[in-house]
Write a protein that binds this ligand. Structure first.
Ligand code: HEM
Length: 591
């Protein structure tokens, strides 16, 4: 038994153990565990033993080879089912496999190409909105980028995935459906932590009629506590989301069954592509794929509806987090920002999309005309995005329940508390493992001694093509560990790599439950960052406030990363990314 005892025995609470600190102690605590004790660390929790895992071979077994022994916790699946219906994050086993089989091709590169124009116009809208707030004389203005980026991500999922005409970037008030989608966020869900374990018990033991009755009873306004207020709010949001999704789905389905006749003007606009009112979205592609499948492979309307809710939820906070971290890091690293800007401008010139200057023309930004392949293959932009996603994965941890006792082999041996070196670790039935995406992505043995530093250029130095897009392994993952790769590919050590779908890192996980939207996320982040950086210059706040304090952004990591302004300039609680922004000048291209 190799229990950890990081800061003395008092760290291990007699009842709750020390696992809570993983979710509350922040990034440094998690890295300290992994760096001090290695890729498999036993922790204690209220539910018994939990193994904190970042070893590549052990993770390969958990998410691929022995994945049938390691399932999403029941609490996660059942709560998702209650909130979103039968979408991907609420199903397991055969139902999940069937859904992935239909949906994997929907997220193909060729479909991404079709969705890019929608993201291009959203990126353009965001840039125009920020630019319109800035002084004409080229001076800086402080802007909190977080709400803008969050609205951008919401418009991205609503318009490109659901085909729903949200316009949260421009309108001051959202309609009910969009507002419900925005509020169905991870912070609200984490407020309900004490209720979550009850959900599987109720759902398994009561019919849906009695479950509804029970929910009605416990969410009655006569229970006045603060916690019940959160439950009532969640119920209200679920109902709004459900009604909105059903309506949007019914309209989509009707439209897909009756092909619309386009007027000559609308047809011209379809041809023009970029400004067409009716672009293709992921739901169109999904519905088409479903009706083209054999009846045994088809998903029910309930399952398709569930996918709508799940895609928004899974794609919203994750993308907002990645976008805001990227903009913050570029503001903090002016040379990287200038290098990125100059790469984008050079590419636009090379492709004859830009004659001179970099500002908007009345036809919009030249970036509206960059193709998917040109965007995805910009090397430094690729480095900036990969490096940000490596160092700051939006979801730092995932939990799995051990369904059957087994032994996990380790690539890198660890020491037991008796001091003996061990190269495998037994996990017990009904225990849990925590997949540390964070520690895996920062493992010095795999990524080098500078693994904890943000260095976009590290992605440029590998042999030509080896770290480029397209070399990402397919989401259903072949035997990645047995595919020996030549050194020095980033994230590969002695032919061993992490079993992730994206550049040997674990940010989007790997195996059959890997992130299905990773290509969409990559495209969206690249398009938005490129548009912002080409036209706007960002720096960290420098001016003292009325009390003489300069704002300093601090990233808190619990289950997610949250940027706040550190006291005394801020309250240290409210999410914000205040940056000084101005229109780009010629000197901002020099690096
Ligand atoms: C930077 C952005 C993103 C990150 C870091 C991310 C990360 C992840 C991770 C780690 C998982 C595994 C979750 C688990 O095992 O429980 C996951 C699953 C998933 N992601 Fe993403 N994601 C991102 C963006 C998106 C987007 C934009 C979409 C939708 C278009 C999406 C859709 C999904 C879905 C549906 C699943 C569940 C897959 C399944 O269980 O089969 N994600 N994501």
């Amino acid at each position: 038994k190799y229990n950890i005892d990081l800061d003395g025995p008092k760290e291990v609470h007699w009842l709750t153990g020390n696992v809570r600190k993983v979710f509350e102690g922040g990034l440094d605590y998690c890295m300290k565990i992994a760096e001090q004790y290695g890729g498999a660390v036993k922790l204690q929790s209220l539910y018994g033993e939990v193994v904190y895992l970042s070893d590549p071979l052990a993770l390969y077994h958990v998410i691929m080879k022995d994945q049938h022994f390691f399932e999403e916790p029941d609490v996660f699946i059942m709560n998702n089912k209650m909130m979103f219906g039968d979408g991907l994050i609420a199903t397991i086993g055969e139902q999940h496999r069937k859904q992935r089989k239909l949906l994997n091709p929907v997220f193909s590169t060729s479909n991404m190409r079709e969705l890019l124009p929608t993201l291009q116009s959203i990126a353009h809208k965001l840039t125009s909105i920020v630019a319109s707030k800035l002084p004409d004389d080229g001076s800086y203005k402080e802007i909190d980028m977080l709400p803008l980026l969050s609205r951008t991500a919401l418009d991205g999922v609503c318009q490109a995935i659901l085909g729903y005409p949200s316009n949260t970037l421009e309108s001051a008030e959202n309609d009910e459906y969009t507002e419900a989608l925005r509020k169905m966020s991870s912070p609200l869900i984490s407020k309900l932590i004490y209720f979550r374990p009850i959900v599987p018990v109720v759902m398994r033991n009561f019919s849906s009629y009695w479950t509804t009755k029970l929910v009605e009873l416990v969410t009655m306004p006569w229970i006045p506590t603060e916690r019940m207020k959160d439950v009532r709010e969640m119920r209200r949001i679920i109902e709004l989301m459900d009604n909105g999704s059903k309506k949007a789905f019914a309209e989509k389905k009707a439209a897909s069954e009756t092909p619309a006749t386009l007027s000559p003007t609308a047809m011209q606009s379809e041809v023009d592509g970029l400004y067409s009112g009716r672009r293709k979205d992921m739901m169109d592609i999904m519905l088409k794929a479903n009706s083209a499948s054999s009846s045994s492979e088809q998903l029910t309307d309930g399952e398709l509806l569930g996918q709508m809710n799940v895609m928004v939820f899974a794609g919203l906070d994750t993308t907002t987090s990645a976008l805001s971290r990227c903009v913050y890091l570029l503001a903090k690293n002016p040379l990287a920002q200038a290098r990125l800007r100059s790469e984008i401008r050079d590419a636009l010139k090379r492709l004859s999309l830009l004659q001179d200057g970099s500002s908007f023309s009345e036809h919009g930004s030249p970036l509206l005309h960059l193709s998917y392949d040109e965007l995805i293959n910009l090397p430094f932009l690729d480095g900036v995005v990969r490096e940000t996603l490596r160092l700051y994965p939006s979801l730092p941890h995932m939990v799995r329940n051990v369904l059957k006792a087994t032994t996990l082999p380790l690539q890198f041996p660890v020491r037991s508390s008796s001091g003996a070196e061990i190269s495998s670790i037994a996990v017990h039935e009904k225990s849990f493992v925590i997949i540390s995406i964070l520690a895996a992505n920062r493992n010095r043995t795999m990524w080098g001694d500078d693994a904890n530093e943000w260095k976009p250029e590290r992605w440029l130095s590998s042999p030509e093509g080896t770290n480029r897009p397209g070399t990402d392994v397919p989401s259903d993952g072949a035997e990645v560990l047995s595919t020996k790769l030549p050194a020095p590919i980033l994230g590969v050590k002695d032919g061993i790599r992490y079993p992730g779908v994206y550049s040997n890192m674990m940010t989007f996980l790997g195996g059959s439950r890997s992130c299905i939207g990773f290509k969409f996320a990559e495209m969206e982040i690249k398009q938005i960052i490129a548009a912002l950086v080409l036209h706007l210059h960002f720096v960290l706040p420098t001016d003292p406030d009325a009390n003489g304090y300069i704002k300093e952004i601090q990233w808190k990591m619990k289950a997610f990363h949250t940027p706040v302004v550190k006291p005394p300039a801020g309250d240290g609680e409210s999410p914000a990314v205040p940056l000084n922004v101005r229109l780009v000048q010629e000197e901002d291209f020099k690096w």
